[in-house]
Design a protein around this ligand. Structure first.
Ligand code: PLP
Length: 371
């Protein structure tokens, strides 16, 4: 008898991050999650409510409403220094769907996909769902992606390279020089780059985010309003790519999603066109917490690099599972590093997307535990 479920689902596991989320409650200090703790800014909520009130609650064009694709196109010129027409944009249900259709459209059975190790959990899982083979590129000591390590992993089956700067789980920001070198390598080997830029505005120390699409047209740029505007529950992302890619991805999007939520599209329109002070305010608060958390960890003798983006710290620990369990007994949730790949072993991911006071309390408890 044939088995009930397809191997493609049996070979992937429930995300370790979700598991932590679902078993925790309000009594816990949840340093395990990847979403801003801020409330969605008021003008964005108002736009969503107006969409409902005015009856803007039907399907939209598959690619997303034209008005929104126009402002996203302008956003790419404004923030990312490359031009893309509204026709080369698809509005998706979060960056998650954008990653899914990007990978499904380029990866065939047996194709190899290069990705950071440690890296965001969806990269490997979505590659496996597409029947491709995830190939982790071991990141260097400072968690950047070394060109030599990428070269070593390229074979005649390599199809795509996934980049993620600023990165989950390490908070690393790739330099312009390294992005350019990675692009050159991708061009030499005709690889598609899938660039996940969801943390582009959460970047510190005056650093600037660099989009690989500035230098190469074989790039699918994935982004979302989720992290920038504290809108994770709106499930609104988007991607930009040359027309030939968009044509293929649109076919999948049509069948698995039809279109992104009409209400969330109106909210995203308000987010991207509205005043950007809320983004700066949240960014500044994250930077303050990062500084606090890094200092607190060093004070208790932990080995940690200063992350330059996103809202995660990735310190080294002796035994990640013991550390996670001990903290859990004290009601603090952190994520074991190996959730993000073998190179994450004996690290933990600490998210500082938690109010400053709670963060302080959590670090006080952590101090006692580490002692
Ligand atoms: C690197 C990265 N990409 C994509 C996502 C998913 O974004 P969205 O909520 O827009 O689907 C996350 C969420 O944690 C992430 O860390």
């Amino acid at each position: 008898m044939s088995k009930k479920f397809a191997s493609r689902v049996e070979q992937i596991e429930i995300s370790g991050i979700r598991k932590a989320f679902e078993t925790s409650s309000g009594e816990f200090f949840n340093l395990g999650l990847g979403e801003p703790d801020f409330d969605t800014p008021e003008h964005i909520k108002v736009a969503a409510m107006q969409a409902i009130d005015s009856g803007f609650t039907s399907y939209t064009p598959n690619k997303g409403i034209e008005e929104l694709r126009e402002v996203i196109s302008a956003k790419f010129t404004r923030d990312n220094n490359f031009s893309v027409s509204p026709e080369e944009i698809i509005v998706t249900s979060g960056a998650s769907e954008a990653l899914h259709i990007a990978i499904l459209s380029v990866v065939e059975r047996g194709d190899e996909v290069l990705m950071p190790n440690p890296g965001f959990v969806s990269f490997a899982a979505l590659t496996k769902l597409a029947e491709g083979k995830p190939v982790g590129v071991p990141l260097s000591e400072d968690f950047t992606m070394p060109i030599e390590a990428v070269k070593e992993k390229i074979t005649n089956k390599t199809k795509a390279l996934i980049l993620n700067s600023p990165a989950n789980p390490t908070g690393t920001v790739e330099s312009e020089g390294n992005i350019k070198a990675l692009v050159d390598l991708a061009i030499d080997h005709q690889l598609t780059i899938i660039s996940d830029e969801v943390y582009e505005h959460l970047i510190y120390n005056g650093l600037k985010h660099v989009s690989p699409a500035r230098f190469y047209d074989g790039v699918i740029t994935v982004n979302a309003v989720s992290k920038t505007y504290a809108m994770t529950g709106f499930r609104l992302g988007y991607l930009a790519a040359p027309a030939e890619y968009v044509e293929q991805m649109l076919k999948i999007h049509q069948y698995i999603q039809a279109c992104a939520s009409s209400i969330s599209q109106k909210a995203a329109l308000a987010a991207i066109t509205g005043a950007q002070d809320c983004v700066a305010e949240m960014r500044n608060e994250f930077e303050r917490r990062r500084d606090f958390a890094v200092t607190a960890l060093r004070d208790i003798g932990m080995e940690v690099r200063t992350p330059q983006g996103a809202f995660y710290i990735f310190p080294r620990v002796k035994d990640e599972h013991e550390f996670v369990e001990t903290l859990r007994k004290r009601r603090i949730i952190v994520t074991p590093g190996s959730t993000f790949g073998s190179r994450g072993k004996n690290h933990v991911r600490i998210s500082y997307a938690l109010g400053f006071e709670k963060l302080k309390q959590a670090f006080e408890i952590m101090k006692e535990v580490v002692k």
